[in-house]
Design a protein around this ligand. Sequence first.
Ligand code: FE2
Length: 434
Amino acid sequence: MTIDLIVKHANLPDGRTNIDIACADGLIVAVEPGIEAEARQVIDAKGHLVSPPFVDPHFHMDATLSLGTPRMNVSGTLLEGIALWGELKPVQSIDDIISRALKYSDLAVSMGIGAIRSHVDICDDELKGVAALLEVRKQVAPYLDLQLVAFPQDGVLRDPTAMDNLLRALDMGVDVVGGIPHFERTMRDGAQSVKMLCEIAADRGLLVDMHCDESDDPLSRHVETLASETTRLGMQGRVTGSHLTSMHSMDNYYVSKLIPLMAEANLHAIPNPLINIMLQGRHDTYPKRRGQTRVPELKAAGITIGFGSDCVMDPWYSLGRADMLDVAHMGLHAGQLSSRAEMAWCFEAVTKNSAAIMQLDNYGLKKGNAANMMLLHATDPIEAIRLRATRLAVIRHGEIIAETPPNIAQLKLANRPKQVDPASYAPIPAKAKP
Ligand code: FE2
């Protein structure tokens, strides 16, 4: 067998150190110390972290990089963002969306993202976003897994043609059924939309991922319906609630009933920390709510949680740079996930947990899986989050597809080292107890 690539002396996310990874024909063929085989290409990781790719489980590829067109969001609220997006939709072309999405994909790949679940707005009778992102999904397939969610931004019941459009989008090849129950006209309509959309997914054998209760209203309780419909239809493990911000504001007693219902349904959760901390609590004076859903409590109940980025330079969020470590960093802070175990878990929330939610095949540094990985300029997952570590190399199917030089500063001080390497500031490991 010809080995195409060996990555040597890697630290892995599970804590193993000094591991070599051999790749051939696009697959991982060995993960063990001291591989001696000849290879076409060798990368010395020098004790830095090699991880499977980042996975962004919640994004809006049809809106990304549209910041400022046709205008800026002045109030900064979710609702003005939705109104602004409504102004942009009729004037943008399929080519505009394709060009922005491809440009974003370039950035995402350079930042180590190997898979994205993108919602695509189907509340446009021409389905321009759907046509554009289906084309993008095809074009980026060699280097990025793009999963599409049929997302009725204006409400599947509130918008008179949304249901028809959603079914057409699924017929065209969109992968997942979306929804936005808290944006329907009434709580009853919201619950009805959840029921109808879950039934469509059950009939077609599809996954579900709904924007659910993206609100500070403690009485926005559509996640309860999402969990009960999931159980009723036998869709356990195939349904995700995105955002779930109202859970931040709910009464604790009610949540003590809700979380077990979510666990019973094996519902997955996707908070979007950057966007939640930016958009929630906007009607508060002080104290001002953070809005991130109850991550530690959901995690303790065994619910699979992935952190999503949601937006980069679009009507809802002016910032962002496709950095899932920024996302993990914010999720960690907003959730006060500060123990060593919790911080390491935040790295899993932007890698393997999100891959599990998207049901990605062949993900992970294991023999037989796709040879997709990245080399980070940090020694372990916590250090990667602390440093928002540079992606020194991004590998797809055993080939290097992006490289970034390490950010090592040259220091011009007398009697001090000549260079500052951020990755050399890792904490000293605690001494093993006798
Ligand atoms: Fe979203």
